[in-house]
Design a protein around this ligand. Sequence first.
Ligand code: C5P
Length: 218
Amino acid sequence: RAVPVVAIDGPSASGKGTVAARVAEALGWHCLDSGSLYRLVALAAMRAGIALDDEAGVAAIAADLPARFENGLILLAGEDVSDAIRSETCSVGASKVAVLGQVREALLDRQRDYRIGPGLVAEGRDIGSVVFPDAGVKVFLTASAESRAERRYKQLMEKGMPANIQSLLKDLQERDARDAARPVAPLVKLPDAVLLDTTERSVDEAVAFVLDLVRAGG
Ligand code: C5P
């Protein structure tokens, strides 16, 4: 029997990361934040002076990404970039490199390697459609653009990173549009995914909702 997977896809700042981490913890399963891989590729490419629309150049970076996840830290060539990859520059950069088919291809096996027993909770945009189409539970996690911008704003303020809510909202809407409109692996709500709108729901409620789906034998 294949190792079970819970796929959580949805737009930027919908709370996927928090919900996926909490569900994984409750189940004692592994967790994959696939967006961080795209963020790392964007950061590594920018640092190497490679244009974010140079498909072959960025794909070469993705294929050979010296990244590690260790003790809750995200390391790029040994350097802690956990905060750096959350900057708006990396958010926008990630959604630009994510339109490149060769880059997505280069990251596929790396993501699939996370499927280790007893199970995996993976979150992103194309987890249920491309990376793990056979996932037993698929959730489309979303919230209104305004409440997502507000959450991202609070997160950045807590980290002491400067932010402007209007420009966050604008960036978010542009990224949503880019993620949904791209020809390769666009963000879609699959027919077999369960819709979870967290505009009016707390994180606790969202976590309980997903755990119920898993326990119902997804
Ligand atoms: O989820 P997060 O906001 O960290 O993802 C950053 C960007 O990476 C997204 O805007 C999206 O363009 C891209 N991404 C993707 N496929 C995934 C995860 C993230 O295209 N599975």
